[in-house]
Design a protein around this ligand. Structure first.
Ligand code: NDP
Length: 287
């Protein structure tokens, strides 16, 4: 019948799309990675270095960025440099893009990955914190996109937005963070529609990540979550793979993200319940 046949076609399409990735796709590409002093951003910088890209990284901590740049050069980056500063400041976000224009002469990929520090716990009513986090996690992404768009149009390049399951479904204990991640989905999904209407050949890949074993995430949540974190180096490679293949959205790991989200529109309360059941609530109250 038709159903197994369609299943076969879908599985073939899925696996062939995966296999079409070649590290050479990113060789010589000019890439900005934000939030690359630690965590997933740092790992993306190392993968890009091995693939022979030109890398411009940014974060606040200069000493860490210096070390990441050194390592990128050892790993084979075509070039590697950094700009340090805070994404609370829109002018700094624009400055990073300007630096790509002057030092790399253009841009092929803009990877927006940084996140400001927030708390893990019940929403404390601090509106100022929500505003500050929106500036770091959302408005700086918008500002960098606007500044980089002329270069990305020219190169027919890519925008990669690192988001979270918490940006697709309501998660408890990360209210301000979730708000900023949902905002990214709204902005970039709308923008993608306009690019399609206007035949602008700049891809937008929204990355929906589950729990990843970065130091900050493990410190904040490992004790409270019943799920094991996935490895950051593999996560970083999956993001680059999805970006190079110009995917619309990227889910990592698939089983912990895409599959539960299939419930969202049909059984939202069941999904809410399943999300809540992944927390050790007794530990949160004590902490
Ligand atoms: P990390 O905390 O390890 O890294 C965050 C990066 O952002 C660091 O390089 C940090 O450097 C930088 N940063 C923080 N504040 C600012 C600021 N004000 N201005 C500029 N840069 C700043 O994060 P992860 O690697 O864990 O997360 C990376 C991305 O993945 C984020 O978008 C996150 O939301 C997403 N994600 C992560 C998950 C996880 O479990 N780890 C789960 C789902 C999504 P510095 O302090 O030097 O400025």
């Amino acid at each position: 019948s038709l159903i197994p046949f369609l299943g076969f076609v879908l599985a073939f399409w899925f696996y062939s799309a995966r296999d079409n990735f070649k590290p050479e796709m990113l060789k010589g590409k000019r890439v900005i990675v934000t939030g690359a002093s630690t965590g997933i951003g740092e790992q993306m910088a190392y993968h890009l270095a091995r693939m022979g890209s030109h890398i411009l990284i940014t974060a606040r901590t200069e000493a860490k960025l210096q070390k990441v740049v050194e390592r990128c050069l050892e790993l084979g980056a075509a070039s590697a440099r950094y700009v340090s500063g805070t994404m609370e400041d829109t002018a700094f976000a624009e400055h990073v893009v300007k630096e790509a224009e002057t030092s790399l002469g253009g841009l092929d990929m803009l990877i927006l990955n940084h996140v400001g520090t927030s708390y893990f716990g019940y929403f404390n009513g601090d509106v100022g914190h929500v505003r500050k986090l929106l500036e770091i996690n959302f408005l700086s992404y918008v500002a960098m996109t606007v500044s980089a768009l002329p270069m990305l149009k020219q190169s027919e390049g890519s925008i990669v937005v690192v988001s979270s399951m918490a940006g697709k479904v309501g998660f408890p204990f990360t209210v301000p963070y979730s708000a900023t991640k949902f905002a990214l989905d709204g902005f970039f999904s709308s923008l993608r529609q306009e690019f399609t209407i206007q035949s602008i050949n700049v891809s937008i890949t929204l990355c929906i990540l589950g729990f990843i074993d970065t130091e900050s995430a493990v410190r904040a949540a490992a004790d409270l979550l019943l799920v094991a974190p996935a490895p950051r180096a593999e996560c970083a490679l999956e993001i680059l793979r999805g970006a190079a293949l110009r995917r619309r959205e990227l889910y990592y790991r698939y089983g912990a993200t895409r599959l539960p989200l299939l419930l969202r529109d049909w059984a939202a309360e069941l999904l809410d319940y399943l999300v809540r059941s992944r927390y050790r609530l007794d530990r949160l109250r004590k902490s």
